[in-house]
Design a protein around this ligand. Structure first.
Ligand code: ZN
Length: 329
């Protein structure tokens, strides 16, 4: 063992269907010998690849948890060759609170990898996943959406990597997911991300941004469900024919894809998600929120492309993300 206090209540390497928990002792005022219980399902049959399927990395993003709850409760081991390890709400404390970050330690799980066996609750969960689950996996799918403060065009994404063989495997898996948009993704800051740790271990990795605004729609839940099934077929775990629809390829070549607010106020978007914009075009006006008679500040597109993500709340703070403009390939 690695010194991590987390134990599973189910076997990770046995055939059949096993529903249980990652159990982390967590002594506190309302439960002296209590535990954090992170739900996990392992379904395995025969020799084949392993997929690690995760949602709820951020606790206010819902398409992944919906699709993964359904898979965990309906997948028959006779349908598969290999194994799926399903964590629908990997950041259970944040998910239970409906928050992006954990209320127990304030940590953003997707900035806390590879974690620490002797760290905070979030760091211990990350460390367990990184040392016990990721090494068992051939392919990892981590579902994200925008959460309460962002909204996205629904896309699957893979990263540009130094290892071009690994990058090609990730891009192929992203294409197999077949979201309405497929993005070669540049991260603002990839240090501590689950993505980065999975890729460092040489695994095939796909992530998503399937919507946002703190909820899931019928459309975005259906995109998650279809993509999950397609990915398992692509991995050779599930038999069947993938469901294919048109996907629009988007690239994020550099940091000019991002625009941020340089003033606080009442935000008025001038274009909606999916709209084409050109460099220098105003994307949003930010009106004063505390006085009348002032002109709005303008926030501009920094390159040509499609408006791919935006801020959700009606009020915006200085430094908040305003717009992601991705480039149609
Ligand atoms: Zn997220």
């Amino acid at each position: 063992m690695t010194g991590n206090p987390i134990r599973t209540t189910v076997p990770l390497d046995s055939a059949g269907v096993h529903h249980g928990f990652l159990k982390l002792p967590y002594s506190r005022d309302d439960s002296a010998w209590g535990s954090i219980m992170v739900p996990i399902t392992v379904i395995a049959n025969g020799d084949g690849p392993t997929a690690l399927l995760t949602g709820g990395n951020h606790g206010d993003e819902y398409e992944g948890p919906i699709a993964l709850q359904e898979l965990a409760s309906t997948l028959d081991p006779a349908e598969i060759t290999g194994r799926v390890i399903i964590l629908p709400m990997m950041n259970q404390p944040a998910f239970a609170a409906g928050l992006r970050c954990s209320p127990l330690d304030g940590a953003n799980m997707n900035r806390s990898f590879p974690g620490r066996p002797d760290g905070s609750v979030t760091q211990k969960i990350c460390h367990y996943i990184a040392t016990e689950l990721v090494p068992r996996a051939d392919i990892v799918l981590d579902f994200h959406s925008g959460g309460r403060t962002l909204d996205f065009l629904p896309f699957a994404a893979a990263h540009v990597l130094e290892d071009k063989t690994q990058e090609a495997a990730c891009m192929a898996a992203m294409e197999a997911f077949n979201a309405p948009y497929s993005v070669r993704m540049l991260e603002i800051d990839n240090v501590g991300m689950f993505d980065t740790e999975v890729e460092r271990q040489g695994k095939t990795f796909v992530t998503t941004e399937l919507g946002g605004a703190g909820t899931a729609s019928a459309r975005t839940a259906a995109i998650a469900r279809k993509g999950l099934r397609n990915l398992l077929i692509h991995a050779g775990i599930l038999s069947g024919t993938p469901q294919r629809n048109e996907t629009i390829a988007l690239d994020m070549p550099d940091e000019r894809c991002f625009s941020f607010a340089e003033t606080a106020g009442l935000v008025e978007y001038l274009v909606d998600l999916g709209a084409p914009v050109t460099e220098g075009q105003p994307i949003a006006r930010i009106w004063p929120a505390d006085r009348t008679g002032g002109a709005p500040a303008l926030c501009h597109a920094r390159r040509d492309g499609l408006l791919t993500a935006r801020h959700v709340p009606g009020l915006i703070k200085i430094g908040d993300f305003v717009a992601l403009v991705a480039v149609e390939v």
